[in-house]
Design a protein around this ligand. Structure first.
Ligand SMILES: Nc1ncnc2c1ncn2[C@@H]1O[C@H](COP(=O)(O)OP(=O)(O)OP(=O)(O)O)[C@@H](O)[C@H]1O
Ligand SMILES: [Mg+2]
Length: 341
């Protein structure tokens, strides 16, 4: 089971099966009020706890042990080349190097690593992940208050990368040559470059769907909730009102320009780390025009990650729009993929 406390909504899910045969059994969502989460600060902890309980109830989830997702400036990932050696020697090396990368204090952080395998240089390809203790405590508290046991914490970017692997399992070798994953959320856009069996680069850019909501609020003189509604309320023909579409268009342009700066290096011809594919996730990936505009700047094919092409689901039992769930659930599903005893 996974819990993803996003800036816009809390997602919970339960998976069953084994690699290659994963099924989404249950999925629940709770939409948070404005500013319940700012950056990685849980401004309204009691609402968040209530939201987790509500989402669990909606999904009819009874299990208690969860993998909890973390993100934000007090987390980091780093792909390292560690020398050959025993597990202890590798650990020493990781800890020593991690201290130089962790800007939020290695002494006050939890650091973990995963060895992907041998690399060409004779060393080992290793992914290191770290999160500040305070962050783990704060997120853990709201989850425990909902009577859950956060047995494992993971980083959302790693979870997304793991879910991606599960979805493209059949073609993983091809995608491993270089794939860009972009998760367009509410408060931030997560950039992951997947290469040689795992993420080689991760970053969070502070732009997302909230900026569009704010702009609708400002220009239309409406509340946060009303603006959220306007953003996604289609008419009978499946279209948005023209004035809303105009706001979205100009915001999406800025959004794409911002993302472009972060991905430039990876989409440039001749770059040794060039990517060949791009998949997008997140609620804001459903914004009209986003995928097309992104394709133009990325110079590689861009498509929405269709998680249900590989992950089984009983649409009737789920009772929700699959396209919407496919966009917003990848992170929480990636968290739920984690194994723990
Ligand atoms: N169908 C849709 N069309 C356009 N925008 C949408 C749609 N559905 C959701 N959104 C927007 O997507 C955002 C929420 O996406 P998501 O659930 O991925 O974010 P989050 O995980 O809560 O936030 P973050 O990842 O930034 O912490 C909101 O800004 C919401 O308005
Ligand atoms: Mg998110």
């Amino acid at each position: 089971m996974g819990v993803d406390i996003g800036a816009h909504s809390i997602k919970v899910c339960e998976l069953s099966g084994s690699p290659g045969k994963v099924k989404l059994e249950r999925f629940g969502i709770f939409t948070l009020s404005e500013a319940a989460v700012i950056e990685d600060e849980l401004q309204k902890p009691s609402e968040i706890t209530e939201g987790i309980i509500e989402a669990l109830k909606q999904a009819n989830i009874k299990s208690k042990v969860v993998c909890l997702g973390l993100y934000g400036p007090n987390t980091m990932t780093k792909r390292m080349n560690t020398p050959e050696g025993t597990k202890e020697e590798i650990e020493d090396h990781v800890m020593w190097e991690a201290e130089q990368y962790i800007t939020f204090g290695a002494d006050e952080s939890m650091i973990d690593f995963f060895i992907l395998g041998e690399n060409e240089g004779g060393g080992k390809d290793t992914i290191v992940a770290a999160a500040k203790n305070d962050l783990i405590d704060n997120f853990g508290q709201v989850v425990r208050a909902a009577k859950l046991i956060p047995k494992v914490v993971d980083l959302n970017v790693i979870a997304l990368s793991n879910l991606f692997e599960e979805v493209v399992r059949g073609n993983l070798e091809e995608y491993s040559n270089g794939t860009l994953l972009l998760d367009f959320g509410a408060q931030s856009t997560k950039v992951i470059v997947y290469k040689r069996g795992g993420p080689i680069f991760t970053k969070e850019i502070p732009v997302g769907g909230s900026l569009i909501t704010e702009e609708i609020q400002r220009q239309m003189g409406v509340s946060y909730e009303e603006a959220e509604d306007l953003k996604t309320s289609l008419d009978d023909k499946g279209n948005l009102p023209e004035e809303i579409l105009a706001i979205i268009n100009s915001q999406v342009d800025q959004h794409v320009a911002e993302v472009r700066k972060s991905i430039n290096f990876y989409v440039t011809q001749g770059s040794a780390e060039k990517v060949s594919y791009c998949f997008v996730t997140g609620g804001s990936s459903l914004l009209p025009g986003l995928v097309d505009k992104l394709s133009v700047v990325a110079g590689v094919p861009v498509e929405r990650l269709d998680v249900f092409s590989a992950i089984k689901v009983d649409e009737r039992k789920l009772g929700q729009n699959l396209e919407q769930v496919s966009a917003i659930a990848p992170v929480v599903m990636g968290l739920a993929l984690r194994k723990f005893g």
